[in-house]
Design a protein around this ligand. Structure first.
Ligand SMILES: [Zn+2]
Length: 374
């Protein structure tokens, strides 16, 4: 999973004579039904071999070969986007299988090219999930539907209840105080770790799980700035697997996403109605995409549309045409117009919002829309 800390480390790499190859490849099986990405990669590699300074090319030849064999011999299922960063000379290699589209590019430079990864981090909400109990806490991040555990805090010297009481009954209040003291220490440590993690990763939304009692005690101790970011809490046991935690927290995340979707749909429809740099419906959205005018593309998750594309000049239309009106070549029929538009928009720097919850109002208006740059 992408993390702000990892990208910060990558951004701090200083040139020291070596060269990095950064590849971003649209591997989405929908827009590459015949594995077209292999051809795109081949073209980019060829272009690199022709346009790169000889001395530099020699330095990255191994990297290019490694990248090529990773993509071509890879039997695993790709998601939508693939990012590979390589510098053999420095023993450096990173691979990211991304569930969002990326713009094809191959960059050879003295440092890794990470701007597209930073954009993905910025444009897709990340949620921090904290499980907290009286002697243990676990921290997770959810991003693009994936959950990753980032660490735990354990303060084992919280005495168990079995130690209290015994034959020296008078000591009970003393033990209780002892327990409270240790629980307090533990929770304080969790607060400290949480704050450090939040400042490193810049995550705005938090969900807290655990027993009601522990969560309540913990929230008491949080500074207001952190408390304000808590979007919900849920019951959970400390031993749950990450996928089980994700399941528990899913309804809460859905609520958050629905809220964000509502905000975007509001803006889209209001602006489209006023004629203020926004369009609705496939035809207008396609035109805006072709002209590179889209700032935010918005569509209903299961929306599909057909169209046709000219194999020669690339002309694209929502109609089903046999011959291209511009160059008379044969048109290819396409049943994945939405993915194609989405890819075009991303290539021109747009962000894409796929609606999973707040779908009704856009369904009534053609299932797709776009907020424009100007
Ligand atoms: Zn044509």
């Amino acid at each position: 999973m992408l993390s702000r800390e990892e990208l910060k480390e990558l951004s701090e790499i200083k040139p020291d004579g070596g060269y990095y190859v950064s590849l971003y490849l649209n591997v989405n099986p929908v827009t590459n039904p015949r594995g077209e990405y292999l051809l795109h990669l081949k073209n980019m590699l060829k272009e690199a071999s022709e346009s790169t300074d000889r001395a530099i090319y020699k330095k990255v030849k191994d990297d290019l070969e490694k990248i090529n064999s990773y993509v071509t011999s890879n039997k695993r299922e790709f998601k939508k986007g693939l990012a590979l960063l390589s510098c053999e000379q420095a023993g450096f290699w990173r691979e990211y299988n991304l569930s969002v589209p990326v713009k094809n590019s191959l960059v050879i430079d003295e440092t890794p090219f990470i701007k597209p990864l930073l954009d993905i981090l910025d444009n897709n909400p990340r949620y921090l999930i904290l499980l907290v109990e009286k002697e243990k806490a676990r921290l997770f991040v959810v991003h693009l539907g994936e959950i990753v555990e980032y660490g735990e805090v354990e303060t084992p010297d919280v005495p168990g209840k079995h130690k209290k009481g015994g034959w020296f009954a008078l000591a009970e209040t003393h033990y209780q105080r002892h327990i409270d003291y240790h629980v307090g220490l533990h929770l304080k440590e969790v607060v400290k770790r949480l704050e450090a993690f939040l400042s490193r990763e810049e995550i705005g939304l938090i969900f807290i799980g655990g027993s009601e009692e522990a969560v309540a005690m913990f929230k008491e101790m949080l500074p207001e700035t952190v408390k304000a970011r808590i979007k919900g809490q849920f019951g959970a046991e400390m031993f749950l697997r990450p996928d089980e935690i994700l399941q528990r927290v899913e309804p809460l995340l859905a609520g958050c996403e629905a809220e964000e979707e509502r905000r975007i749909v509001d803006e889209l429809i209001t602006r489209a109605m006023k004629g203020d740099s926004a369009v609705l419906g496939l035809e207008d959205v396609l035109n805006a995409a072709v002209e590179g005018k889209i700032n935010t593309l918005v569509y209903v998750e299961d929306f599909r549309a057909t169209g046709s594309r000219c194999r020669e000049c690339g002309f694209l239309t929502t109609q089903s045409l046999q011959d291209c009106p511009y160059c008379s070549s044969a048109m290819e029929q396409i049943d994945y117009m939405v993915d194609l538009i989405s890819q075009m928009a991303v290539e021109k720097g747009a962000r894409v919002e796929v609606l999973a919850h707040e779908t009704d109002r856009l369904k009534e208006r053609g299932n797709i829309g776009a907020i424009l740059r100007f």
